[in-house]
Design a protein around this ligand. Structure first.
Ligand code: NAI
Ligand code: MG
Length: 342
């Protein structure tokens, strides 16, 4: 049996890293029936529409997608397709782990922090006004009780299922008394349902500093959309950079897996991008569909590959191409699957 899934190669380094991930997934023996679709800047240039209806129809049917990064024009142009996809399919939880790998030259070893980012509202709600006459720009952060309850509940439940011990809610409720205040009060109230998980909170600016100095003190974080976007890149920097951090966008009956990083136009087309991030997203996808043995094999193979450090990409000081890294990892994954079956 093959899993039906949508594949969005994306823009920039997207097609290169997605192809690498496909190759590694293939090595697990778990079969996917990919419906390949185009979205983003490439689709816009080809068809005039950055989010063709066919993409929405495909994901509506498969409820499962692996996607490469999509380029969003800065300052002007169409709205982010990433944000639109997350809102359209109500993928309210963006799970972004920062987990150390060997030989990544991050400033810390042994980190394992889970960030739960609210993924559909806050400053990304798309409520923006421009008063032409007075030259005043308003970008409104919309925080709803329902949306806050969903992401905070998700964070507690997921942390509990994974046996995690502590959840820190990150906010700016001292200044954003209404939106941040409601988010924080919902967290405090809900914490009473989870006596096994220690709950506390931090103001975002202090949290940024704490993560740079003492990340090992943190376990799970839950926060609103913009803070989660920024903190997850910061956390990527703690464990070896954007080349190694995967992520998942999860809703009640649909999920899209993608890396934290963007389309990296500065290195696109050179075959040197690190595909680890989207490969880790693929591992999350395997766990999401219940293919635990394949996910475990992939994780072991990835750790072994980093332990050896013979096939690292240039972002981590190695000289392997995207393709060489993927070929090496795929071979190890196949071996791991064989060993697991004996
Ligand atoms: P970026 O994440 O694309 O790149 C930041 C830096 O990290 C660059 O120096 C890049 O070369 C490096 N980098 C990123 N991924 C890498 C990888 N796999 N291997 C090696 N190095 C890697 O962020 P940037 O430049 O701010 O954004 C570029 C475009 O991507 C923008 O249009 C932005 O809107 C879009 N974007 C899309 C996302 C998505 O589709 N989920 C997420 C973030 C940005
Ligand atoms: Mg980001």
């Amino acid at each position: 049996m093959a899993y039906s899934a949508t594949l969005l190669p994306g823009d920039g380094i997207g097609p290169e890293v997605i192809q690498a991930a496909q190759r590694v997934l293939e090595a697990t023996g778990v079969a996917f029936d990919w419906d390949v679709q185009q979205a983003g800047l490439g689709a816009f240039e080809a068809t005039g529409d950055p989010l063709p209806q066919a993409v929405l129809d495909s994901i509506a049917r498969t409820r499962l997608a692996l996607k490469g990064p999509l380029t969003t024009p800065v300052g002007t142009g169409f709205r982010s397709i990433n944000v639109r996809l997350r809102q359209h399919f109500d993928l309210y939880a963006n799970v972004r782990p920062a987990q150390s790998l060997p030989n990544t030259d991050g400033p810390f070893d042994g980190l394992d922090i889970l960030l739960y980012r609210e993924n559909t509202e806050g400053l990304y709600a798309g409520i923006e006004y421009f008063d032409e006459r007075n030259q005043i720009a308003d970008s409104i952060a919309r925080v709803t009780r329902k949306g806050s309850e969903k992401i905070i509940r998700f964070a507690f439940e997921d942390a509990k299922r994974r046996g995690r011990k502590r959840l820190t809610l990150v906010h700016k409720a001292n200044i954003l008394k209404l939106s941040g205040g409601m988010f924080l009060s919902i967290g405090r109230e809900m914490a009473k349902d989870y006596p096994g998980i220690a709950f506390d909170d931090r103001i975002i600016d202090n949290m940024a500093m704490q993560l740079v100095i003492h990340p090992e003190k943190y376990d799970c974080l839950v926060t609103t959309n913009l803070f989660g976007d920024i903190l997850s890149d910061l956390m990527a920097g703690l464990v070896g950079g954007l080349g190694v951090t995967g992520a998942a966008n999860i809703g009640d009956d649909c999920a899209i897996f993608e890396a934290v990083h963007g389309s990296a136009p500065d290195i696109a087309g050179q075959g040197i991008a690190n595909p680890t991030a989207v490969i880790r997203s693929s591992e999350m996808m395997l766990r999401h569909i219940g293919e635990m043995a394949a996910a475990d094999a992939l994780r072991r193979a990835l750790h072994a590959t980093y332990e050896d450090a013979t096939h690292l990409t240039s972002d981590l000081g190695g000289s392997a191409s995207t393709e060489a890294f993927a070929a090496h990892l795929a071979e190890r994954v196949a071996q791991e699957m064989e060993t697991a079956q004996v």
